[in-house]
Design a protein around this ligand. Structure first.
Ligand code: NIG
Ligand code: FE
Length: 425
């Protein structure tokens, strides 16, 4: 330990729980989290420098000046939560679809009638960058208050070169000025826009020949995602788009087998996607292929819950296929209108039958891995970034157990206390 001062020393941690490492944990290894009672964390600048029992940490930093000490009075601490799949930046909302859905009109029928994603496309095209920024900031604030310190944000409601760039530029601005880090994904292939209804292939060409190069040139997205679904993009179209993106240096992701099984899981494995999302209808062969390829399964239980669909086969994915599983809100105005990662934590327990330890791994280290950030975030260990969530909870199981409220008391982001007593500071 050098004698440079410790900027922030967190003491009085009742229980610290964290997965360990810089790689996703697979299958039953997701259960292996480290639990330290009466813990402390020492932070220098943006980086964690010591973690352990209070006794051990104080001994390690014995000769080092400490600039600020914060007593967490017995609370629960975890890594800052990571939400690796959101459609954060969009215009408008779709509460008007509630009555259609209650009348039995399906998600894909609403889309085929020009509603659904296409109605958000109209609202997003009509919105100015400033309006999109205001709306997304409100959501990002909500996420931060829940303990989220990094989110992924997808485009996909512009569906023209200009409007896709507009969404991604708003995401970049959010990343620059908001405490929460925003990682961008280009999802130009989210729906066939109305003007290409009679010529879907023409739209695929537009994505490949114009959108992808424009996004790559401006370095506006690290990842490229496609909504591979019946009546949206076929497996063949998805493959061509993802391969073109890879050629430009973007890493593939895939909305795979959300409603119908089109071989999305198989395709994600084939192109070496970092993650495949939803997977409600994924086949056994597809899950096995993903496990062999190391593709992370990003499960979105808020979406299946809200669509009234059967949940993803999380137990099979973990126990039989030994997959690394991550969890996300899928925050979007249609299939999952919630910013609440803590609702997702509860649903993962209630609907996916995941254990509290598996859930923690899925919203921290595995979520960070799904957006290529496991080297820096996702666990509380020396050398990782000082992103931490502090909960008013006696233990980890309490988070999924006591559902429907926000348990977050404080948030540390990049070594600074940014939420305290449930408020932004
Ligand atoms: O992940 N399925 C495609 N995209 C989103 C929903 C988008 C919307 O309905 O606006 C999803 O579920
Ligand atoms: Fe999504």
């Amino acid at each position: 330990m050098t004698t440079h001062p410790i900027d922030l020393l967190l003491t009085g941690i009742g229980t610290l729980v964290t997965p360990l490492g810089i790689r996703p944990l697979r299958g039953t290894d997701m259960q292996q989290v480290q639990t330290i009672h009466r813990a402390a964390v020492a932070i220098r600048g943006k980086t964690i420098v010591a973690v352990g029992t209070e006794h051990d940490v104080l001994r390690q930093i014995e000769k080092v000046p400490v600039l600020q000490t914060v007593d967490l009075e017995g609370r629960l601490v975890t890594p800052g939560l990571v939400d690796p799949h959101t459609h954060l930046v969009h215009g408008g909302s779709r509460e008007n679809e509630l009555s259609l859905k209650r009348a039995g009109v399906s998600y894909l029928e609403i889309l085929a009638q020009g509603g659904g994603i296409l109605s958000t496309v109209r609202a997003t095209r009509a919105a100015s960058p400033a309006q999109l920024l205001t709306q997304a900031t409100r959501s990002l604030n909500e996420m931060l208050l829940q303990g989220v310190t990094t989110v992924e944000a997808k485009s996909g409601y512009g569906l023209t070169v200009e409007d896709e760039l507009k969404q991604l530029e708003v995401a970049r601005k959010l990343h620059e000025f908001h405490p929460v880090d925003v990682v961008s994904t280009f999802l130009g292939a989210h729906a066939i826009p109305e003007e290409y209804k009679a010529n879907p292939e023409g739209y695929v060409q537009l994505v490949i020949e114009q959108m992808l190069p424009a996004v790559a040139e401006r370095e506006l997205a690290e990842f490229c995602d496609v909504f591979c679904e019946e009546g949206v993009f076929t497996a063949d179209q998805s493959r061509r788009i993802l391969q073109a993106a890879q050629f430009l240096g973007m890493t593939p992701k895939l909305h795979a087998d959300e409603i119908e099984s089109l071989g999305g899981a198989e395709l994600a494995a084939e192109v070496g996607a970092i993650s495949a999302e939803h997977l409600l209808a994924a086949s056994d062969a597809g899950l096995a292929a993903m496990a062999a390829a190391g593709t992370i399964a990003v499960l979105l239980p808020g979406t299946s819950f809200n669509l009234g669909a059967a949940p993803a086969r999380a137990r099979d994915m973990i126990d039989r296929f030994h997959l690394p599983v991550a969890l996300a809100t899928d925050y979007n105005p249609g299939s999952s209108p919630t910013e609440s990662i803590q609702l997702i934590i509860a649903l993962a327990s209630l609907k996916l039958r995941m254990t509290p330890e598996e859930i923690l791994t899925a919203v921290t280290l595995n979520a960070a891995s799904a957006i290529g950030r496991a080297q820096e975030i996702g666990s509380v260990e020396p050398g990782k970034r000082a992103d931490l969530a502090v909960f008013d909870a006696p233990n980890l199981a309490y988070l999924p157990y006591h559902f429907g409220i926000n348990h977050t008391f404080a948030v540390v982001k990049n070594g600074r206390v940014v939420v305290w007593e449930r408020r932004r500071v």
